[in-house]
Design a protein around this ligand. Structure first.
Ligand code: C2E
Ligand code: MG
Ligand code: MG
Ligand code: MG
Length: 292
């Protein structure tokens, strides 16, 4: 009967809610242990320059490999940690893992490409955010031109204009470039371009993934507008050669997506990129990307 079905659905829904709550509580109470015991991993996704056909940057993305719950993706823990006001612990730890990898590469005499890290809107509420970030880089001898700071568009509406401006200029004074993540996903994208001094727009993957006949026009104009504002552009969620060729043809310099690689552990992504001939090789190339 309908009523019987309803009861089954309701029970499943309630069970799911219960399970989600148990996982949330678990994550919140285990973040320190997860950091201390190495359950938090950094995965890297390549960002490719469509003009040189080389990797300019990697984005650092968090994974939580839990002894009890197994492999967890960001959608399972970022929100939870944000609501628990603990996300800064994860974000600063990811930065630390990235810096450790830089140090390791340097010890092996390898050149390391630039890496971008994600900040949460809640990180912007930390009083000593900049001191903490600078201290982590200093601890591992990492240059500020090797790290890009990603701030998502949704963070802009949750903080006051003055606070955001202050953070961006502080990052600039300290020598970091600041990228606007998920550009075009919110309600105030154009307003934020008018107000804030971002160095690069990461165009939200929704444009490509939900593409229709309007998409080429919109992307062409975003890239053209950004160019005239002297802001760089990067298209997220590139999955096909056709998309890549189109982006190149409209002057989108940087692209990121499954077309090149999913986010992977450092050694795996490096091997894959070397196979595909996308690695930057010379010191000149490395120095070039540190400035863009
Ligand atoms: P994001 O920063 O916009 O990262 C891009 C996301 O898109 C990644 O998901 C990546 O795996 C996915 N992606 C990349 N290329 C493609 C593609 O071609 N097709 C499709 N369908 N997806 C693609 P991921 O790693 O699951 O991360 C999701 C979000 O979680 C990130 O979005 C970011 O907002 C957040 N996140 C991840 N790591 C961190 C972190 O360390 N700190 C903070 N605060 N947030 C993080
Ligand atoms: Mg990002
Ligand atoms: Mg993004
Ligand atoms: Mg500029």
């Amino acid at each position: 009967t309908t009523q019987g079905n309803y009861r089954i659905y309701y029970t499943r829904y309630a069970d799911q809610m219960e399970a989600d709550m148990v996982l949330s509580n678990y994550l919140i109470s285990h973040i320190d242990e997860a950091i201390a015991k190495g359950w938090i991993k950094v995965y890297y996704q390549p960002i490719v320059d469509t003009f040189s056909n080389k990797i300019s940057t990697y984005e650092a993305l968090a994974r939580w490999v839990d002894p009890q719950y197994g492999f967890l993706n960001p959608f399972q823990f970022i929100d939870v940690l944000e609501r628990g006001h603990l996300i800064h612990k994860l974000d600063l730890h990811i930065l630390e893992l990235v810096c450790r990898d830089f140090e390791d590469a340097r010890k092996k005499g390898e050149l390391s490409p630039v890496v971008s890290v994600n900040l949460s809107r809640y990180d912007l509420e930390l009083d000593d955010l900049h001191e903490q970030i600078n201290a982590i880089l200093a601890k591992y001898g990492v240059g500020r031109d090797q790290v890009r700071i990603e701030i998502t568009e949704s963070a802009l509406i949750n903080n006051s204009e003055a606070v955001i401006k202050d953070h961006i200029s502080r990052f600039h004074e300290d020598g970091y470039l600041v990228w606007l993540d998920d550009f075009g996903s919110g309600m105030s994208s154009l307003n934020s371009l008018q107000t804030f001094d971002f160095d690069l727009l990461k165009i939200d993957m929704a444009f490509l993934r939900n593409a229709n006949e309007r998409t080429p026009i919109i992307l062409t104009d975003i890239i053209d507008m950004a160019k005239r504002l002297d802001i760089k552009t990067l298209a997220e969620g590139v999955e096909t050669e056709k998309e890549y060729d189109f982006l190149h043809s409209i002057g989108c310099v940087l692209t990121q997506g499954y077309y090149f690689s999913k986010p992977l552990p450092r050694a795996e992504v490096a091997a894959k990129m070397r196979d595909r001939g996308l690695m930057v090789e010379t010191a000149e190339e490395h120095n070039f990307y540190r400035e863009v």
